[in-house]
Write a protein that binds this ligand. Structure first.
Ligand SMILES: C[S@@+](CC[C@H](N)C(=O)[O-])C[C@H]1O[C@@H](n2cnc3c(N)ncnc32)[C@H](O)[C@@H]1O
Length: 189
């Protein structure tokens, strides 16, 4: 977890809370897909939680992952896809690759505006198996933020009303005001 603690772009308590929930809900995750890997901080957190899982990372620039993480993940099944996650052709390639490989846990943390988060959810949620988990970062409203993170909150609020799931939940660091960025929403589908 050292790499994740150093490089994940999440509030540490929120990430730890999500890892705890994931382990409680689905200790048997075999395939993790993350959109928006940046330096690989959260990817390292999932790798640590699920030592045998296949790891799939998508980013417009996958070269930001440090060699330290590549070394740590040597021998692991790691698939990196570079491109715009919201682009239809790119999504079609990922669908072809994962047609027979259902995803157990999808973490959406790519483009931080309403258009991107909607396109990422619509594009990749279909790959998640029934009983799988989908989580989003940055469901808190941040006034006057650029990119407009409040649009993620709006999309998340819409999903809670409309998307069928067993349960949904929200994780916030109780010591942070809700106007601060962060917050993780999850759906157990
Ligand atoms: C907040 S960072 C991800 C942080 C990472 N999940 C962590 O906590 O360690 C967002 C990432 O999304 C990527 N991104 C933004 N828009 C994207 C898009 N349209 N397609 C693919 N990746 C995108 C950025 O390059 C960036 O690396």
């Amino acid at each position: 977890m050292q790499y994740a603690r150093k490089y994940a772009q999440q509030a540490p308590k929120e990430l730890e809370h999500l890892r705890y929930l994931l382990w409680a809900m689905r200790p048997d995750v075999k395939v993790v897909m993350e959109i928006g890997i940046h330096e690989g901080g959260t990817l390292a957190a999932w790798a640590d939680l699920y030592p045998k899982a296949k790891l799939v990372g998508i980013d417009i620039d996958t070269k930001k992952i440090r060699s330290e993480l590549h070394n740590m993940l040597e021998g692991r099944e790691l698939f990196l896809y570079e491109g715009d996650s919201t682009c239809g052709d790119f999504q079609a390639d990922i669908h072809r690759a994962f047609e027979q490989i259902p995803v157990d846990f999808l973490f959406i943390d790519g483009g931080h505006d309403g258009r991107c988060v909607r396109a990422d959810f619509d594009g990749y949620s279909k790959l998640v198996r029934p009983g799988g988990i989908i989580a989003f970062h940055d469901i808190c409203s941040v006034p006057n933020h650029n990119p407009p993170v409040h649009e993620i909150r709006e999309f998340w609020d819409e999903l809670k009303r409309t998307h069928p799931c067993r349960i949904y939940g929200e994780i916030f660091d109780p010591l942070k005001p809700k106007t601060h960025s962060g917050g993780i929403g999850y759906l157990w589908v």
